[in-house]
Design a protein around this ligand. Structure first.
Ligand SMILES: [Zn+2]
Length: 168
């Protein structure tokens, strides 16, 4: 992937649509999901929830993605922000209930892909990076036994997330 055009700072409102269009053309989250990398759990008009498949160190890892190309939380209208955070919190609640992790990490970075998305990651004290963020320095090798057992149950958690998001 190229570095892509970095938007220059502009005070002209007219520049915004061009900047968005430029970003969209180069944005992996605006394109089709790579089904080897993520599994689609639930989707609405505004957002989608996927389980991340390409991080074997942290298999209990979901991502809530805003469908439209927006970079920052404050690019959304207040009601959209609220809907997005409600979705993130519902995913967190199901992950806590079903997996009882030591901690849930929520993260919205977007430094590499500046398209609004939240990571929801279940953490255990003996996971490969704890207490660092999952992108931090590795602390230990080997996948803990509970994480291997976990993989079997992840489709069940997906279905529970789906049920939670579809109930109003
Ligand atoms: Zn995008």
């Amino acid at each position: 992937m190229t570095g892509g055009p970095v938007a220059s700072v502009s005070t002209e409102p007219a520049a915004a649509p061009d900047r968005l269009a430029a970003a969209r053309g180069d944005c992996p989250l605006c394109g089709a999901d790579d089904h080897k990398a993520v599994h689609l759990v639930a989707r609405s008009r505004d957002w989608r929830v996927v389980r991340v498949l390409d991080n074997p160190d942290h298999p209990a890892f979901w991502r809530v993605i805003w469908n439209d190309h927006a970079a920052e939380m404050t690019d959304l209208e207040p009601h959209q922000r609220s809907a997005l955070m409600q979705t993130v919190c519902k995913v967190e609640a199901v992950v806590r209930r079903e997996l009882q992790p030591f901690k849930v990490n929520l993260a919205s970075l977007g430094n590499v892909v500046p398209h609004l998305h939240w990571h929801v990651v279940a953490r255990w004290q003996d996971d490969p990076h704890f207490p660092q963020p999952i992108w931090g320095t590795r602390q230990r090798d080997g996948v803990p036994a509970h994480l291997m057992r976990l993989e079997v149950g992840l489709p069940h958690v997906d279905r529970a997330i789906q049920a939670e998001l579809m109930s109003r």
